[in-house]
Write a protein that binds this ligand. Structure first.
Ligand SMILES: C[S@@+](CC[C@H](N)C(=O)[O-])C[C@H]1O[C@@H](n2cnc3c(N)ncnc32)[C@H](O)[C@@H]1O
Length: 252
């Protein structure tokens, strides 16, 4: 999926806030072997690495565009690698992931599979957006159903694989995890107008649609923008962004 790092970075400070909430859940110890799944452009992985003295941190991502950006953050103790997070190999003291697991399906299988890669005493710390029922998402899904777009998309819709917080807690318990913390939080963004919300989702949720729409991409966004102006009129607009955070430890 062709990510656009510049588009993604337009709301960098808003996107960083949940990362700091996730980082606060990490038991920052030295000498860890840690991986950041779906590391993106690497700035946040670099901040994670700073919190883990004498550790070996790997940023893993499947996007060549994101990894090209991330390369500039490589240093002793911090490397970036291409790879699919759902096929993670190796043994880790910390498996960390900020806003990336939602791009991989079947969380009922994925969570135990990733947890199994932890060393005894290792920590799993994850943040996943759970705003897939926000009006902006409803509108782009409806737009994708319009014949003009549907035929080019060949009926493609991206259905979020995100579970609810009870299910993540249950899955972690079933893995034998200790110190289970799971919560959902609203990040209260005040945006200039609904166009800004469309700009935000253009850097993430719409990416798989853009990939398939080719030359129709502009028309698709225009149509979403128009519906969003009716759904979220005025300025500023409130964009409550729902996210799930969890942390758990494998018994030592
Ligand atoms: C929304 S970005 C988050 C980036 C970074 N963690 C951050 O917080 O800024 C999601 C990232 O997950 C990566 N990604 C999506 N699916 C992936 C997969 N199956 N394996 C590895 N990386 C993946 C994307 O390439 C993208 O860089």
């Amino acid at each position: 999926m062709p990510w656009n790092p510049e588009q993604y970075h337009k709301f960098q400070s808003e996107r960083a806030t949940p990362f700091y909430d996730l980082l606060a859940l990490v038991d920052a110890r030295p000498n860890l072997k840690a991986v950041d799944l779906g590391c993106g452009t690497g700035e946040l992985t670099s901040q994670l690495a700073e919190r883990l003295p004498n550790s070996d941190v790997t940023g893993l991502d499947s996007s060549p565009e994101m990894l090209t950006k991330a390369a500039s953050f490589s240093r002793g103790g911090l490397v970036f690698q291409a790879g699919d997070l759902s096929a993670l190999s190796g043994d880790w003291d910390l498996i960390f992931s900020n806003a990336a697991l939602q791009w991989s399906g079947n969380h009922a299988a994925l969570i135990p599979q990733l947890f199994a890669r932890l060393n005894p005493g290792g920590q799993f710390a994850v943040q996943i957006p759970s705003n897939h029922n926000h009006i902006s998402h409803q509108i782009y899904r409806e737009t994708a159903e319009e014949e003009k777009f549907k035929s080019v998309l060949r009926g493609f819709q991206r259905i979020a694989p995100v579970l609810n917080i009870d299910q993540y807690a249950q899955l972690l318990f079933m893995c034998g995890a200790e110190n289970i913390i799971v919560f959902e939080k609203i990040y209260a963004h005040v945006m200039q107008d609904s166009d800004a919300v469309v700009e935000w989702i253009s850097g993430t949720a719409l990416v798989p649609y853009f990939e398939r729409l080719g030359a129709l991409q502009g028309e698709f966004v225009d149509s979403i923008r128009e519906k969003m102006r009716a759904a979220m009129p005025g300025t500023p607009v409130f964009y409550p962004f729902r996210r799930i955070l969890f942390s758990a430890r494998k018994p030592a």
